[in-house]
Design a protein around this ligand. Structure first.
Ligand SMILES: [Cu+2]
Length: 86
């Protein structure tokens, strides 16, 4: 997966387990669907959106607890901004 991530502009510090693309954006990891929809509507000037790592409690990561996690937008230089905290 790593060469695929790099080719799509996913830097190491925003990596998660899986990489998807939609409408010209990269979606990295367990990103909540409502935030993907929000980004696709707002069309920010970024490469994509990521939930780095595999936080417990993120969509598809159901478990015994719910951890707080950041949802980040990242640009082509790997610069991130916090888009939401869940
Ligand atoms: Cu995962």
């Amino acid at each position: 997966m790593v060469p695929v991530k790099r080719r799509h502009g996913v830097a190491e510090h925003v990596e998660s387990c899986h990489t998807a693309t939609a409408a010209g954006y990269v979606i990295e990891g367990h990103v909540p669907a409502d935030l993907i929809r929000k980004m696709l509507q707002e069309r920010p000037n970024v490469v994509g959106i990521s939930v780095p790592g595999m936080p417990m409690g993120a969509p598809g990561m159901d478990g015994p607890r719910k951890d707080r996690y950041q949802v980040l937008l990242f640009d082509k230089d790997g610069k991130t901004t916090v888009y939401a905290v869940r």
